[in-house]
Structures are given as structure tokens and as C-alpha cells.
Design a protein around this ligand. Structure first.
Ligand code: GLU
Length: 508
């Protein structure tokens, strides 16, 4: 007869709610998500909040917000439910207790009544004598009667797992390869703390098992804890999941994890800085994974398609903001004009609404539409529209000295003359055609036509392009760096162009 085995890939992201979600955490979540989606499996969000000392209020909401922002959807989790819930560990307290008692009864775990004073003394002694700091198994052999008595007396206790002596624990990690640890390096790990809650190490094993997780994809800082977890699976007689330890994002020194000291690290900071989810996700996927080709720009669907754990590197990758910016810019170029405009509006509404100059972007008029077309070609992240807001709201308080460019060989009187002649040309000769619905193509066509007209005007004056175009562009933007002069003339129109040039003349 035919035996049908249903094997369904299930991965999870299991963050602790300790504050904002670090982009390293998002990268780990992304790898687990891509692997699940690629294999038509399920991706689960589980909140590991049993360490009450590290708990931060609102931490879970931050994690959920960040995953949603990034477009990483989970099939089961605290806010969406699922058949393996609850998905918040503190709500599963009773489950762990039962399994801990089972291990005690089978001789794989024991009660420990040692006070923190005693443990501190022990640690101090071990430090002073250069011994590994490990629990000395003081409570390993207490009699049943004694344990019973001490519990009844209300003494505080923890439950520890018994680590076997001198055993080599081997496993195969899909990124790190074959790994082995000697059990002598392991401490008799606390499984249940004196507050009755499980430690991470215990809860993670119980939950990954009960939630049928097939691939434990997590940060590689947990690699050295894995042998403890493997022992627990063995004690229970459960199947051991496949381990996948993802390397971290490194700071500039190439050694330590990217940290706050180096700038933005949390997902919400990247959102606020104007990165697109598409750009950040694409960049994070390439930090540690490569498709084996020179291709660099991927949509999330393309990533799902191409993602392969065998092409992940073992070592961490240094965070490179320039590459992130470039990739993000490529995603902006690729969007439709409508999507781009909507993203800009959404961005301004979320982060800049109270800024009067940014708020101009929310007006709906031809100028804003033309602004969007120009920006879509220019910026790498949405916040960069700030540098070009002079198009929508011109601040006349600029320093006129920027209009003199040393290389041009024209003085103040020359410039005045040039600007006056330009006004005459713009007013009486220059033709700008506007389409009913401008798009990138119509803009480029018109920009080219404006350029041709300017070039022949400048040739007639027997001047060099820069001698005319620099002062005009500066008069229109008040800046050394801005959008191109032809697209600016096109965007703000003849009247506004003339008005701004006149203002410069008045300052000369
Ligand atoms: N709760 C752990 C953390 O915050 C998760 C480790 C794991 O995925 O097993 O990093």
C-alpha cells in the first residue's frame, strides 16, 4: 500500500519584545519567511516574553508594526490566531510546567534551591580561580523527602536540566554546516525560573515542538545554545528540527553587530528615513545571501522564487548604507508614477505632516504632479524630496553669492545682463507645451525641447552654456545643487521662472 507522508515546512520568527525591531531581526524574519513561502509552507510569529526583566511595554506592537510595514506576513501569530496558539509565551505558562515535571520524573532535570547569594559566591570563586562559571550541582542529589519538605516550606526553587558529562553533541546546520560541542562546556541550564516562568531555552524547545516547526531559522548568536536544545529534544524523544543559523549584520568595523552608536538600526527608523519596504527587504536579502548571478534588484516575489539557503554565507556582512540607498533608488525608478506619488503622500502624512514645506506635497495641482515626476528620477529615499521642496515653496532668503561660479568668467554686470536677456527670451520666445496628463515620457520630451531652444538662444549670445545656465538654475533653486535647469523651467512654468530670476537680479 502507499504510505503518504505529509511534510509541510513550518518556520517561525520568535522575537522577544525588548523594544524596536532591529534590522538584523528583520533580516532573520525575512530568511524564515522566504524559506517558508518558497516551500509553500507556513510562517509563524511567536512572541518570546518570558524574560520579564527585558520586557518592554509596546514591544510586541512594535514587532508587529515592523513586520507589517515590511510586508512580511505570517500565517499564525498573536494577532491572527492559528491552531497552535496561544502565540505569546507568557500565555502558555502551564504548558511548560508539565513538561518540566516530566523531565524531573525521568531523571533529566532536578530542583535547585540555591540562593542567589550562594550562586554569586560560587561565580566569584570560579572567576578568581579561572574556572568556567558553571553550576556546581549542589542540589543534584537531594532526596525526595527533602525536596518535598523544602517546597512545602515555601522555599524558592528553580528547575535545572541535567547535562550529561563528556558527550560530543553533533548537528548539521543548513548555513553553518557540521557543528559539534562537548557537553562539558554546557551548564546545567535553568528550565523553570523561580517566578514559575520558563527560560528561553526551555520554552523555545517546547514551543518549536508543539508548533511543529520544521526549520528553526534564527540569529547565529544562538548556535552555542543549540546543543542544550538538542539534548532536550532527545530527553523527550522528539524529532529534532533542522537548524539554520543566520549571521548578523555587522557594523563598520566588521566585527561587532551593527549598533545604535553607528546610526539607525531599527525598522521604524528606516521607514522614517524614507526607505521603501521593497528597497530595505531587497538589501537585507542580499546581506548574507546571493543569487549566484550579478542581478541585484528583486521584488519580494522574485526573492521568494530565487531564495536558497545553500547560497547563504556563514559570516556576517557589513552594513553598507550607500548600497542600500542605491538599491532603494532602483526600486523608486521601477515603480509606476502613481505608486510613487502615493508613497510620497503616505510618507509625508505619516512623518512630515506638521512641516509646512513638506505639507505642500499634499496639495493636488499640476506643479505637484510635475514635482513627483522629477523626484521619481532623482531621489534614493523619500526623505530626500526635502532638498527639492524649493520647487513647490521658494524661499527667497538664499545667499546670492552662489550665483557666481568662478569657472564661468562672468562678473556681476555680465550676470545681470545675461539674466535680463534670458527673461526676454523666456517671456517672448520660449515655447513650453504641457500635456493633459504628464508622465515621465512627456516630461523628457518637453525637457529636450526646452534644452534645444535654450542652446540656440545661448549660441546667438555667443556665450558658453554654463555662463547662462548656471545663473538661471541658481536663481530658480537658490542652491548649488538642484534638479536640472530645463526640468525646473518645465516644472515651475514661465511666470514663476521669470519671477525667481527677477528676484536674483534685485539681489545683485
Ligand atoms: N527570543 C529569541 C530572540 O529574541 C529568539 C531565538 C530563536 O529564534 O530561537 O532572539
Amino acid at each position: 500500500f502507499i504510505l503518504l507522508i505529509f511534510y509541510m515546512v513550518r518556520t517561525r520568527f520568535a522575537p522577544s519584545p525588548t523594544g524596536f525591531l532591529h534590522i538584523g531581526g528583520l533580516k532573520t524574519a525575512l530568511f524564515a519567511y522566504l524559506f517558508a513561502r518558497k516551500n509553500n509552507g507556513s510562517f509563524i510569529l511567536r512572541i518570546e516574553d518570558t524574560d520579564q526583566n527585558r520586557y518592554v511595554k509596546g514591544g510586541m506592537e512594535q514587532i508587529i508594526w515592523s513586520l507589517k510595514w515590511a510586508g512580511i506576513s505570517y500565517d499564525e501569530g498573536p494577532d491572527v490566531g492559528g491552531q497552535y496558539g496561544p502565540y505569546i509565551q507568557t500565555q502558555r505558562k502551564d504548558i511548560y510546567q508539565k513538561f518540566a515535571i516530566e523531565l524531573i520524573n525521568r531523571g533529566f532535570a532536578y530542583y535547585c534551591f540555591c540562593s542567589s547569594e550562594r550562586l554569586n559566591e560560587l561565580r566569584k570563586y570560579q572567576n578568581e580561580h579561572h574556572l568556567p562559571s558553571k553550576y556546581d550541582r549542589h542540589c543534584l542529589n537531594l532526596s525526595k523527602e527533602e525536596i518535598k519538605k523544602r517546597i512545602e516550606n515555601g522555599e524558592k526553587y528553580v528547575i535545572r536540566m541535567k547535562i550529561p558529562d563528556n558527550e560530543i553533541i553533533k548537528f548539521h546546520d543548513l548555513i553553518k554546516g557540521d557543528v559539534e560541542f562537548n557537553s562539558n562546556e554546557l551548564d546545567d541550564q535553568i528550565l523553570i525560573k523561580s517566578d514559575g516562568l520558563p527560560t528561553y531555552h526551555f520554552a523555545v524547545v517546547i514551543d518549536d515542538h508543539l508548533m511543529n516547526i520544521t526549520h528553526v531559522i534564527r540569529a547565529d548568536e544562538w548556535l552555542s545554545s543549540t546543543p542544550k536544545h538538542i539534548l532536550l529534544y532527545r530527553y523527550f524523544g522528539w524529532d529534532i528540527p533542522q537548524y539554520v543559523h543566520v549571521p548578523p549584520i555587522l557594523g563598520q568595523d566588521g566585527k561587532k553587530k551593527l549598533s545604535k552608536r553607528e546610526g539607525s538600526v531599527s525598522v521604524n527608523q528606516f521607514a522614517e528615513a524614507g526607505y521603501l519596504r521593497e528597497g530595505l527587504i531587497n538589501y537585507l536579502a542580499l546581506l548574507g545571501w546571493n543569487p549566484g548571478t550579478t542581478e541585484e534588484i528583486f521584488t519580494i516575489d522574485e526573492l521568494i522564487n530565487k531564495f536558497d539557503l545553500n547560497k547563504c554565507q556563514k559570516a556576517g556582512a557589513i552594513f553598507d548604507p550607500k548600497r542600500l540607498d542605491w538599491i532603494n533608488g532602483q526600486h523608486i525608478r521601477k515603480m509606476t508614477l502613481e505608486d510613487f506619488s502615493n508613497r510620497v503622500i503616505e510618507y509625508v502624512e505619516n512623518y512630515k505632516k506638521d512641516d509646512k514645506r513638506f505639507a505642500k506635497v499634499l496639495d493636488s495641482n499640476d506643479l505637484v504632479s510635475r514635482f513627483m515626476i522629477i523626484e521619481k528620477q532623482r531621489i534614493n529615499k523619500l526623505s530626500e524630496i526635502e532638498d527639492d521642496l524649493y520647487m513647490l515653496d521658494f524661499d527667497y532668503k538664499y545667499d546670492i553669492n552662489g550665483i557666481f561660479n568662478a569657472k564661468m568668467g562672468v562678473d556681476k554686470d555680465n550676470i545681470k545682463d545675461i539674466l535680463e536677456k534670458s527673461i526676454d527670451f523666456i517671456q517672448n520666445k520660449l515655447i513650453i507645451n504641457y500635456s493633459v496628463r504628464e508622465d515621465e515620457e512627456s516630461k523628457m520630451k518637453e525637457e529636450e525641447s526646452i534644452k534645444q531652444q535654450f542652446v540656440s538662444f545661448i549660441t546667438d549670445l555667443k556665450l558658453k552654456n554654463g555662463q547662462v545656465l548656471w545663473p538661471i538654475r541658481f536663481a530658480l533653486s537658490g542652491k548649488d545643487k538642484s534638479a536640472g535647469v530645463f526640468e525646473l523651467v518645465w516644472a515651475i512654468g514661465k511666470d514663476e521662472t521669470i519671477k525667481r530670476i527677477n528676484a536674483s537680479i534685485a539681489k545683485l
